[in-house]
Design a protein around this ligand. Structure first.
Ligand SMILES: Nc1ncnc2c1ncn2[C@@H]1O[C@H](COP(=O)(O)OP(=O)(O)OP(=O)(O)O)[C@@H](O)[C@H]1O
Length: 260
């Protein structure tokens, strides 16, 4: 691919496009420590990947880097072959609309209702007028309500987020991400606050999104669940990737060594 083609990006992040991405030697340092240490990673469109590691290994930071929430140096992060930092503003925005992030801390607007929080996922698809005045098109409302139903929160649409339990808030964050209809879903411990009965439901929702062609990368502490749902496993220790293989090729010993 020529440099010209590489940076000619105006149409590459359409809603229907898949997105593959690559991180080349990304390191993130703070004054006290190295959080990510020479991470090299390629993620193809339609993969379902679990990221495992003990607390502090750098898993959330890795997801935040992919989501474009942590600055990397030029020429280190590529989407569909295009250098993220060289993208035009419009293309960057288009790309961001196609990356859904379910943060560990949910990041809901506590004073807004479940419905309004989930509608935030639709804002990127609406005109400025609709989003400014909260006059939402019927189709967007329908999608938001369907996503609320998917995560089992029908009937709670008008409750304000601060009145929800931790598990309910987590499901609102998941519904908000689904409502965005992104091509890449980054989920940071998406079932950490959920009852056993709901864990399967949520992972099956992510699995279904993957079967529809979405790329899903999730951080998970439960090794057995990660093995069941992910086709590839990235094992992280002290900011480094120590194993990156298909799930069936990932050795139990490597997983055990994460927690020593
Ligand atoms: N902005 C920051 N400034 C300084 N240190 C940070 C920052 N973000 C993360 N860290 C540190 O980097 C390390 C990795 O953090 P990160 O949240 O990525 O780990 P993690 O593997 O997701 O952990 P957990 O499973 O507990 O969520 C931690 O020691 C954390 O304190």
């Amino acid at each position: 691919m020529s440099q010209m083609q590489k940076y000619q990006s105006s149409k590459i992040f359409n809603q229907t496009d898949g997105i593959s991405m690559a991180l080349y030697s990304v390191s993130i340092n703070t004054s006290q420590k190295t959080i990510l240490d020479h991470i090299n990673l390629e993620i193809k469109e339609g993969e379902m990947i679990a990221v495992l590691g003990k607390s502090g290994a750098g898993k959330s930071t890795l997801l935040r880097v992919i989501a474009g929430l942590v600055k990397t140096h030029r020429n280190m992060m590529f989407f569909n072959g295009s250098d993220f930092h060289s993208l035009k503003k419009n293309d960057k925005n288009q790309l961001r609309k196609n990356i859904g992030f379910i943060p560990q801390q949910f990041k809901l607007i506590k004073e807004l209702s479940v419905f309004e929080n989930v509608m935030i996922g639709r804002l990127g698809k609406m005109g400025r007028f609709s989003s400014m005045f909260r006059i939402y098109p019927q189709n967007d409302k329908k999608i938001a309500l369907e996503c609320i139903a998917k995560v089992g929160l029908s009937g709670k649409e008008s409750l304000v987020a601060r009145k929800l339990s931790g598990g309910e808030q987590q499901r609102v964050a998941i519904a908000r991400c689904l409502a965005q209809e992104p091509q890449i879903i980054l989920a940071d411990e998406p079932v950490a606050s959920l009852d056993v009965s709901l864990i399967e439901t949520i992972l099956e929702i992510l699995d279904n999104e993957n079967k529809k062609g979405k790329t899903v990368v999730f951080v998970m502490h439960d090794v057995e669940l990660a093995k069941r749902f992910a086709k590839r496993m990235i094992l992280m220790k002290e900011g480094k990737i120590i194993s990156d293989k298909l799930t069936e090729e990932t050795k139990d010993d490597s997983i055990k060594s994460l927690f020593n």
